[in-house]
Design a protein around this ligand. Structure first.
Ligand code: NAP
Length: 306
């Protein structure tokens, strides 16, 4: 059976990754797009709201990928689950933990499958890193996530609003890798966040986790070289280094040969199983770490971001 899928929120990630992944996977057929403005080059039904889409074609839709910013996602997901249709949630799955828990409960009651799609967990080196760390005691963790917000998020206003995640929008990708590869839960002990005076979301953050030397640093100012890396040392002396967002892996300094891998194509391979089997795939741990930072983090105010 082909899975007839709709995309809700047709912006950068929907166009760059979801559309080609759906088109290249014979398990799926794109039947509708819901967004604020109609894309010129999409050859399927178009609606401005998910309510209109469900009213017109709920019985012709087997799955929905929700690719809006996190703010409106809860309401959209609730409507789709209530209609009995499985959902894929772009990361972060919701703006708050309460919203995610509510959706999980609703999905359970309606027996609808949910997939929280943390794309970085699908990066080529992540599974191999998790395998290498199995049974190991962790001595230290150092995550560094540096990029220039002007380069990757030019013109995106929502990302600076309250609930827009700020530097945690990319940083949560690294956190999602950590929660995937570590056996123990990662618990925030201290956090320090830098907010531009004219913005509601942080531009840099330093996190310290429980454990002896477990830390993460994320920075969006573009003052350092671009870097998305995680280094983990174990008590047995092993050194695991994931680089370039998890797409490269060194173990004890030796680059590992990894199978060719595409994050979003792998997400859709998994999502087709989620839809077919009706079995949810849910990971709330990365969102919990960010929520804990906002709960206990120290706030510093810097200059305006222009
Ligand atoms: P974006 O370019 O701003 O796209 C979001 C799209 O959703 C826009 O077309 C927006 O329309 C539409 N939209 C907003 N609210 C809507 C609603 N209530 N109903 C229907 N459509 C709505 O953002 P993005 O970069 O694609 O990011 C979206 C999500 O994907 C974020 O959670 C982000 O973290 C994640 N993500 C992004 C990237 C990336 O490289 N950009 C990578 C991985 C994951 P308007 O603009 O007209 O409001």
């Amino acid at each position: 059976m082909t899975i007839r899928i709709a995309i809700v929120g047709f912006g950068k990630i929907a166009r760059d990754e979801h559309l080609p992944s759906i088109r290249s996977n014979p398990a799926f057929e794109l039947v509708a797009v819901v967004s604020h403005s109609r894309p010129a080059d999409i050859d399927c039904a178009f609606f401005s709201t998910v309510g209109e889409m469900l009213a017109a074609m709920a019985d012709m839709t087997d799955a929905v990928a929700i690719c809006t910013p996190p703010g409106p996602r809860f309401a959209i997901a609730g409507e789709v689950i209530a209609a009995g249709i499985p959902i894929l949630l772009e990361k972060p799955p919701t703006a708050t933990l309460g919203e995610l828990d509510d959706l999980i409960q609703l999905a359970g009651a309606k027996q609808v499958a949910v997939h929280t799609a943390w794309h970085s967990q699908y990066a080529a080196g992540v599974k191999a890193a998790a395998d290498a760390l199995e049974g190991e005691d962790i001595a230290s963790i150092s995550m560094v996530w540096y990029e220039d917000v002007r380069k990757y998020h030019a013109g995106q206003q929502w990302i600076w609003d309250a609930g827009g995640f700020g530097v945690f929008d990319p940083g949560i990708n690294g956190l999602s890798i950590l929660t995937r590869i570590l056996a123990e839960p990662l618990l925030v002990r201290d956090a320090s966040m830098l907010f531009p005076a004219n913005r509601q979301a942080p531009i840099a953050a330093d996190l310290v986790f429980h454990g002896q030397d477990h830390k993460a640093r994320m920075d969006w100012r573009g003052e350092q070289d671009e870097q998305w890396s995680i280094e983990i040392k174990t008590r047995s002396g092993m050194n695991i280094c994931l680089k370039r967002g998890g797409s490269e892996l060194d173990i004890n300094g030796v680059p590992q040969i990894l199978p060719p891998h595409d994050e979003y194509r792998s997400i859709y391979a998994d999502f087709s199983e989620v839809v077919r089997t009706g079995t949810s795939k849910i990971d709330r741990a990365p969102l919990r770490i960010v929520a804990d930072c906002f709960l206990i983090g120290e706030r510093k105010i810097g200059g305006d971001f222009v």
